[in-house]
Design a protein around this ligand. Structure first.
Ligand SMILES: N[C@@H](CCC(=O)N[C@@H](CS)C(=O)NCC(=O)O)C(=O)O
Length: 217
């Protein structure tokens, strides 16, 4: 098989790439990292400067960074779902929104997770407090943006980024009831078949979530 995706089934950025692969029913082999295959682990460690996953291998081509993987799939393994619009002006906006979810939802949320991992004695609530204000600010912005966002039935780069980031962010700081559009959009994203598959395949790892996984989703 020409395509291989290296990652972990509980990893939010791996989900981001998996959602794109599943959305177009693209054939690929999944290579789990940290599961005892030293060659796979070494390949990922050397693939990019951070040694992080996901990493996509397409014969001799290696692509790291989930966004780049999705753009690569769109170009070289296109399917019915196009992840980035062909119109350059529309593509700028999609790429900007992708950054919102990576930088201001996912990575902000991970600040709390990282603090808990670094200091296991830190109460989960104190870890949450570290990111509460920033996450709420992001939620507020997304709630306003959703008033005009119209791509809801498609799976684009935006949905690939938003689904995993909002899935986990809501576990860290629950989306407040007064952001109904955001709450409804998260529910919509979690009902998309590629996302359902990611969520279900990751259930077995939930007990590893450093702040404690809630009994839902
Ligand atoms: N900017 C990267 C972030 C990737 C990332 O943070 N990956 C995490 C898993 S979600 C990882 O590799 N963690 C293990 C490590 O850092 O060693 C991307 O978009 O792909």
């Amino acid at each position: 098989m020409s395509l291989e995706l290296y990652g972990h089934l509980f990893s939010s950025y791996t989900w981001k790439a998996l959602i794109a692969l599943y959305a177009n029913d693209t054939a690929f082999e999944f290579c789990g990292i940290g599961e005892g295959n030293e060659a796979d682990d070494a390949f990922v460690a050397a693939a990019g400067p951070s040694g992080q996953f996901p990493v996509l291998a397409d014969r001799a081509v290696t692509i790291f960074e989930a966004t780049a993987i999705i753009e690569y799939l769109d170009l070289h393994h296109p399917g019915p779902q196009r992840f980035v619009p062909a119109d350059p002006a529309a593509a700028v906006l999609v790429r900007m929104w992708d950054r919102v979810f990576d930088l201001h939802v996912m990575n902000t949320m991970r600040g709390a997770v990282g603090a808990k991992i670094t200091d296991s004695g830190l109460p989960a609530e104190a870890a949450r407090d570290l990111v509460r204000e920033k996450l709420l600010r992001s939620y507020r912005w997304i709630e306003g943006w959703l008033e005009h966002y119209t791509q809801r039935e498609a799976i684009t780069l935006v949905e690939c980024a938003a689904a995993p980031s909002l899935f986990y962010a809501d576990w860290v700081i629950a989306i407040p009831a007064d952001y109904p559009r955001l709450k409804a959009w998260r529910a919509h994203l979690l009902a998309l078949p590629p996302v359902v598959r990611c969520v279900d395949d990751a259930r077995q790892f939930r007990h590893y979530f450093p702040l404690g996984a809630p009994d839902r989703d």
